[in-house]
Design a protein around this ligand. Structure first.
Ligand SMILES: C[S@@+](CC[C@H](N)C(=O)[O-])C[C@H]1O[C@@H](n2cnc3c(N)ncnc32)[C@H](O)[C@@H]1O
Length: 277
């Protein structure tokens, strides 16, 4: 089902990402647009590259990559509401000649073998069973093609007094979004790449400062941002069950970025690996 803003009457039945799509939230990954720019560079995307973005959300980051590089890009997402928003963006941004969005499942991509030069995910692979998904990702990449992920990582060693705090927040987030959140360590990410047959995997930790200015710009200005915040606040005020479900989403940001005790033990990482030629 495709949800619109007016469907917020059905908050209890809407999944988190359907709700976020109705709000028109442009992107949902850590590291902001700086991380998307950097992974675009690492993947060497240019106007000849055929790119598949899996879990494209409302398509902001995907359309921006296509605008900046001139590449040909297909985005897929499991949520019809996300795909609907992303398709509207294609028309608004005038990138019909090189960007297309489809509903699709990361585990069963509706493409033939070796169709893409690059496949990327941004805050999507953490929700997936990595061996199954990465095997499918490698299938649709041509030999010499690249897989890039802009995702979260956990530190290899987390002190026993800190670990439960992080785990509690991750569990709450998982329940809020209704998807299993499994964040690997840096070395586990490398292992998943290797197990999918990808080689020369490089990793770069994202140095990110949360910038309200960037959020204002991408949603279309201060007033639009305030209207969005107002709508979410209203929905939380009128529906206690929804409020309790959504609270852990904000807590994840605190744990990753603000809380002095926990913030050093998790972060965003860019990983890029190559399918052997
Ligand atoms: C945290 S959002 C990130 C969206 C986008 N990549 C971004 O950075 O803004 C996760 C997205 O993954 C999508 N998703 C979750 N499981 C999926 C699957 N199995 N196949 C395709 N998309 C999926 C969700 O619908 C959601 O849009």
């Amino acid at each position: 089902m495709v949800y619109e803003v007016r469907d917020r009457r059905n908050l209890d039945e809407m999944g988190y990402y359907d709700y976020a799509a109705t709000m028109g939230i442009p992107y949902f990954h850590w590291g902001g647009l700086g991380a998307s720019d950097r992974i675009t560079e690492l993947l060497e995307i240019d106007n000849n590259t055929r790119v598949l973005v899996v879990g494209c959300g409302t398509g902001y980051s995907a359309c921006r990559i296509a605008m900046n590089t001139g590449c040909h890009l297909i985005g897929v997402d499991i949520s019809p509401s996300m795909v609907e928003k992303a398709r509207k963006r294609v028309a608004e941004w005038g990138v019909e000649d090189r960007v297309e969005f489809q509903q699709g499942d990361a585990y069963k991509l509706d493409f033939g073998d070796a169709e893409f030069d690059v496949l990327m995910t941004e805050f999507v692979s953490v929700f997936l069973e990595k061996p199954r998904a990465f095997h499918e990702f490698a299938r649709v990449l041509r030999p010499g093609g690249k897989l890039g992920v802009n995702e979260l990582f956990l530190a290899d060693e987390i002190p026993p007094e800190v670990k439960p705090k992080i785990e509690r927040v991750l569990e709450g987030f998982e329940q809020a979004v209704g998807l299993p959140l499994k964040i690997p360590t840096m070395s586990q990410w490398k292992t998943y790449f290797a197990e999918a047959g990808l080689e020369n995997t490089g990793q770069e930790i994202v140095d990110y400062k949360y910038r309200i200015r960037e959020i204002e710009d991408v949603v279309g200005g201060t007033w639009k941002l305030l209207r969005m915040i107002g709508r979410v606040a209203w929905d939380m005020a009128r529906n206690g069950k929804f409020r309790r479900r959504m609270m852990p989403i904000g807590r994840l940001k605190d744990v990753l970025m603000r809380n002095r005790e926990t913030k050093g033990y998790a972060g965003a990482v860019l990983c890029v690996g190559t399918k052997p030629a």
